[in-house]
Design a protein around this ligand. Structure first.
Ligand SMILES: *Cc1c(COP(=O)(O)O)cnc(C)c1O
Length: 453
C-alpha cells in the first residue's frame, strides 16, 4: 500500500471517501458530521487481513532529531519536520512554510508556586510566525489547497485564522477572503489580514453567522475552505503534541490544558498523542482538558449536564478568539476528553484577566483566550484533578501583542475589579513632570512599596 494514500473518514458513520471526493464544506452531506484524516497505518484503518505497515517509532525519533540540523525549509518547519505522520501532499516540496512550529516550552515557576504545584509548563504557540497556533494548521491545509490548484481560499475567523490564512496564501501566491464579525476582532489580528493582502469583509453578525455565509459561498464557487472543519488543519495542529514530547525528552506530561473555542485544537492534539501511542513513540497519553470562557461555554454545559448533543449558546467574552457559541469540532473534542479522562471547565471574565496578568508577570505573556488555561488549571487543582507532583502543560495559543487593548484595560483597572488579588499585578503607566526630583521621589515611593509587599 502506498504510504501516501490517505482517506477522509466520517467521524459519525465511519464511512470513508477519497480526498478528491471531499465536499466543499467538509461535512458529510447526509449526517452533517465532520471528517478526519485516516492513513493506512491509522488505528481505525481497515487492513483486510493484511499486516499493518506501521512507521517505525525509533527510526522516526532519530530522523526528526537529525532534521534539526538541516538547511531545507521543510526540515526547519516544526510541522513538516514530522511529515511522516502527515503524508497529505503528493510532493512534500509543495509545502508552503514560514518555518512554523519550533515554539518554546517555558516553565512558569511563580504560577506553579501559587497553585501549590511542583512545576508548570507552557507550550507557547503564540511564538509562531503570525503569533498563534493557527499557523501549524494553516501550513498543512493551505499546502493542500495550493497543490490541488485552487486560486482562492477563504475562512470565517475571530481573527487568528484569518491572519494565518492571509500570510500563507500570500506566500503561495493565492488570493484569500476573510469573513470576520464586525467590531468583535482585536486590532492586531485585523491589521495582519490587511498587511498580508487578504480581501477582508466585516459582516454584521457574529462568528457563527460568518460561518453560515461562507458555507454558502464555497458551495457556489471554487473557493477552498480553510476553517477548522477542514481536516487537514488538524493534521498540522497535531504536531505540537510531538514537538512537546520531544522537548520533554520523550517523557509524557500528565495533563495538557487547552482553551476551547471552535474545539479543533484540543481535538488535533488528542489525535497527535493518540497516533504517537499507536506507533509506539510513547506508552501513554496525557489527560487533555478543555477550558472555555463562561460566556461561550457550550462544551462545558454538555460536559456537566451529560447531554447527548451539544446545545449552541449565544457567545459573549472579551477573549475574542474563543467567542464561539456553536463549535464545529465539538464531537471530536468530546471524544478526546472522554478517551483521555480529561475535564472541561469554564472560567469567568475576571478569572481570565487575572490569569493573563500572572502569565505576563512571568515575562511570557499571551492573549486573553490563552489565559483561560491557567484560570482553568486553578479549578482543576482545587478539585483535585491535577495533583502536586504531576506535570501539566498549558497550551498558550496566541501572542500578547494580538490584543494590547485588553492588557491596557487590565492595568488601568477596568478588568477583574472583583478580584482583590488582581491589584498586585496592575502596573498602570505613570505620567510625571520631566524633573529629576519628581522622578526620584516617585521611584523612592515605588521602592518602599515593593519592600512592604
Ligand atoms: C483559535 C484560537 C483558540 C481556539 O481554538 P479552537 O481550535 O477554535 O478551539 C484559542 N486561542 C487562540 C489564541 C486562538 O487563536
Amino acid at each position: 500500500m502506498n504510504m501516501r494514500t490517505h482517506q477522509l473518514r466520517c467521524i459519525g458513520t465511519g464511512a470513508r471517501i477519497s480526498p478528491d471526493q471531499a465536499p466543499s464544506d467538509f461535512r458529510d452531506p447526509e449526517t452533517r458530521e465532520l471528517y478526519e484524516i485516516e492513513y493506512p497505518w491509522s488505528e481505525t484503518a481497515e487492513t483486510n487481513g493484511e499486516p499493518r505497515n506501521l512507521p517505525n517509532g525509533a527510526a522516526l525519533r532519530h530522523l526528526w532529531a537529525e532534521r534539526r540540523d538541516s538547511t531545507l525549509a521543510i526540515d526547519q518547519s516544526g510541522v513538516w519536520r514530522y511529515r511522516e505522520l502527515l503524508p497529505i501532499l503528493q510532493d512534500d516540496t509543495h509545502a508552503v512554510t514560514l518555518r512554523e512550529g519550533n515554539t518554546p516550552l517555558y516553565d512558569l515557576p511563580r504560577c506553579a508556586d501559587n497553585l501549590g504545584l511542583d512545576f508548570l509548563l507552557a507550550k507557547h504557540q503564540g511564538m509562531n510566525p503570525t503569533g498563534s497556533f493557527k499557523d501549524t494548521g494553516m501550513t498543512a491545509a493551505l499546502s493542500v489547497a495550493a497543490e490541488r490548484g485552487f486560486q482562492w481560499v477563504a475562512c470565517a475567523s475571530t481573527g487568528n485564522t484569518s491572519a494565518a490564512m492571509a500570510a500563507y496564501a500570500a506566500r503561495a501566491g493565492l488570493r484569500s477572503i476573510v469573513f470576520i464579525p464586525e467590531g468583535k476582532i482585536a486590532w492586531g489580528k485585523l491589521s495582519q489580514s490587511l498587511d498580508y493582502g487578504a480581501l477582508t469583509i466585516q459582516l454584521k453578525t457574529d462568528f457563527d453567522g460568518c460561518v453560515r455565509i461562507l458555507a454558502e459561498l464555497v458551495k457556489r464557487h471554487p473557493i477552498y475552505l480553510l476553517n477548522s472543519v477542514n481536516p487537514y488543519r488538524l493534521e498540522g495542529q497535531k504536531t505540537p503534541a510531538i514537538e512537546m514530547v520531544e522537548q520533554l525528552d520523550w517523557q509524557i506530561p500528565d495533563h495538557v490544558i487547552v482553551p476551547g473555542g471552535n474545539l479543533a485544537n484540543g481535538s488535533a492534539l488528542g489525535k497527535g498523542f493518540g497516533e504517537m501511542k499507536h506507533l509506539g513513540l510513547i506508552d501513554r497519553v496525557p489527560k487533555i482538558s478543555v477550558i472555555q470562557a463562561q460566556g461561550a461555554n457550550p462544551l462545558f454545559q454538555w460536559f456537566t449536564n451529560d447531554h447527548a448533543e451539544l446545545d449552541p449558546v449565544v457567545a459573549d467574552t472579551r477573549a475574542t478568539a474563543i467567542r464561539i457559541g456553536n463549535p464545529a469540532s465539538w464531537r471530536k473534542a468530546a471524544r478526546i476528553i472522554e478517551q483521555t479522562n480529561g475535564w472541561c471547565e469554564q472560567v469567568s471574565e475576571s478569572e481570565i484577566a487575572l490569569a493573563k496578568a500572572q502569565i505576563g508577570a512571568e515575562g511570557i505573556g499571551c492573549e486573553p483566550a490563552s489565559a483561560v488555561t491557567l484560570a482553568g488549571l486553578k479549578k482543576l487543582v482545587k478539585m483535585g484533578h491535577v495533583q502536586k507532583g504531576e506535570r501539566a502543560v498549558l497550551l498558550l495559543t496566541g501572542h500578547t501583542l494580538k490584543d494590547p487593548e485588553y492588557t491596557i484595560d487590565f492595568h488601568r483597572g477596568e478588568l477583574a475589579q472583583d478580584l482583590p488579588e488582581a491589584a498586585n499585578y496592575r502596573r498602570p503607566p505613570l505620567t510625571l513632570e520631566a524633573d529629576p526630583d519628581v522622578v526620584l521621589r516617585t521611584l523612592d515611593a515605588e521602592i518602599k512599596k515593593a519592600q512592604t509587599v
